[in-house]
Design a protein around this ligand. Structure first.
Ligand SMILES: [Zn+2]
Length: 163
C-alpha cells in the first residue's frame, strides 16, 4: 500500500461533524490534553471506575510490550501519544482542544467510541482471515497445526474445524 493511499483515509475524516460547529478559541481556556497529561504524570489519575480511566486503560493495551510492565514507562507513553493527538489538533484547527470550545464532547466521544469499536472489529476480522488461511486452524481451540479427523472434526475438541 502506498503512502498516499494510507493518507487518503485521514483526508476523508471531516474536520467537524455535520451537526456541530467548528471549535472556538477560548481565551485563557483549559488545554484539555495538557491537563490530562499533567494528571497522568502526577498520579492524580483516573481510576477504572471512571470513564476516562477506562478509556485510558483500553488505550494502554495498544502500548508496546516493553512499556506494558512499567507504570512510569506506560505513563510516559500515554502522554507521548496524547501529545501527538494534540499536535495534530493544532495542525488541523490552529489550536489545541480546549474546554468550553462550543462543541458537545459527549457527541464527539460517542462517535469516536463507535469508530474505535469498528476498527477493533476490523482488526479481529483480519486476524481471523490469517487463521482461516491455514486449513489446520481450529477456531474452537484457537490453535494451528491441529489434527483434523477424516470426518472434518478436530481431534482436540471434536467440533468441526470449519463451523
Ligand atoms: Zn479444536
Amino acid at each position: 500500500m502506498s503512502q498516499s493511499s494510507l493518507n487518503a483515509g485521514l483526508d476523508r475524516i471531516p474536520p467537524v461533524t455535520q451537526d456541530q460547529s467548528p471549535p472556538e478559541r477560548v481565551p485563557g481556556g483549559v488545554d484539555v490534553i495538557a491537563d490530562l497529561c499533567g494528571r497522568i504524570a502526577t498520579g492524580v489519575f483516573y481510576g477504572m471506575d471512571d470513564r476516562t480511566g477506562r478509556i485510558l486503560h483500553m488505550a494502554s493495551l495498544m502500548a508496546p510490550r516493553e512499556v506494558q510492565g512499567s507504570v512510569p514507562a506506560l505513563k510516559a507513553w500515554l502522554c507521548g501519544e496524547l501529545s501527538e493527538r494534540r499536535r495534530l489538533g493544532v495542525a488541523r484547527y490552529g489550536m489545541a482542544l480546549q474546554a468550553g470550545n462550543g462543541r458537545d464532547p459527549e457527541a464527539d466521544l460517542r462517535q469516536e467510541l463507535f469508530d474505535a469499536a469498528a476498527y477493533s472489529h476490523q482488526a479481529e476480522l483480519e486476524r481471523q482471515a490469517i487463521h482461516y488461511a491455514d486449513p489446520t486452524y481450529c477456531p474452537h481451540c484457537d490453535k494451528h497445526g491441529c489434527i483434523v479427523r477424516e470426518d472434518g472434526t478436530h481431534a482436540g475438541c471434536g467440533r468441526p474445524v470449519r463451523p
